[in-house]
Design a protein around this ligand. Structure first.
Ligand SMILES: C[S@@+](CC[C@H](N)C(=O)[O-])C[C@H]1O[C@@H](n2cnc3c(N)ncnc32)[C@H](O)[C@@H]1O
Length: 248
């Protein structure tokens, strides 16, 4: 049940999270003049979370001179194929999509959650207002929907099939602060929570991609059963498993 709190310059909507029955804990969606953000409260209390390509850590990260050295860039294979068309099937807060678009990839992005989609659309709109980001923003195309259904439905559509499908069902847990952990837990409520679902995604992705599929995994996790990556790129906290596509 959604409840409108206030009007004029700022509106907040309160959602009870799908995995809680308590009205004492939930998610607040803030529609403010500057941006749209979400914030957990009660048991899920967090800072405001928004998609921000203009200021903040993502913007600083994208200006780093060693951006080509990002593991996601290596796993996608940007050095060899700079204009790669990538389908980001689990867009989330679009951080990886933004890094890949900054490096020249043509990004097709999909996100299933209405609430996160709202944040992405807002972030893209603010990015488009920034002249310096015009070229990058022109390479980021977002659609709200379920990627599993989409990849299955479009697997024979040559115009829509990407070179690479990127799957990131994993939330970053590098920061060890209590707040970061709470944020992670809040976001996990939106994510893939069944490994079998991930296996279906990987199977569909391997048939949809023209070149390969990149799957982000926790560093020590076993590869998904029944699938063998051609190679992996490992960092300090996560690993990128690369699977060769089998689509025609
Ligand atoms: C860990 S987040 C991705 C983070 C993202 N790589 C980033 O850089 O911000 C995973 C996202 O995938 C979305 N997702 C999971 N299954 C999906 C599906 N079948 N279709 C579309 N989005 C999906 C979840 O809602 C969640 O927002």
């Amino acid at each position: 049940m959604a409840e409108q709190l206030s009007a004029q310059e700022s509106i907040s909507i309160i959602e009870t999270l799908p995995h809680t029955d308590s009205s004492e804990a939930g998610l607040r969606i803030n529609f403010e003049t500057q941006c749209v953000s979400i914030q957990g409260f009660g048991e899920y209390a967090t800072n405001k979370v928004q998609v921000d390509f203009v200021d903040g850590s993502l913007s600083r990260r994208s200006q780093h001179k060693h951006l080509h050295g990002e593991m996601v860039a290596k796993a996608v294979g940007i050095k060899k194929h700079p204009n790669t068309k990538v389908f980001d099937a689990t867009t989330g807060l679009a951080r990886d999509s933004f890094i890949l678009a900054t490096l020249g990839c043509q990004m097709e992005m999909m996100e299933q959650s209405n609430i996160i989609a709202c944040l992405i659309v807002d972030g893209l709109k603010r990015g488009q207002d920034e002249p310096e980001l015009a070229a990058t923003m022109a390479r980021m195309n977002f659609t709200q929907g379920n990627s599993l259904h989409y990849m299955r439905a479009q697997r024979d559509n040559e115009l829509l099939r990407p070179d690479v499908v990127y799957l990131d069902p994993m939330f970053p847990d590098r920061q060890k602060t209590a707040l970061a952990k709470k944020e992670m837990r809040l976001f996990q409520l939106f994510g893939l929570d069944e490994e079998s679902n991930l296996e279906l995604m990987l199977e569909a992705a391997i048939q949809f991609a023209k070149r390969h599929v990149v799957l982000k995994r926790p560093l020590k996790a076993a590869p998904l059963s029944g699938f063998r990556p051609s190679h992996s790129i490992s960092g300090r906290s996560c690993r990128f498993d690369v699977y060769v596509a089998i689509g025609l």
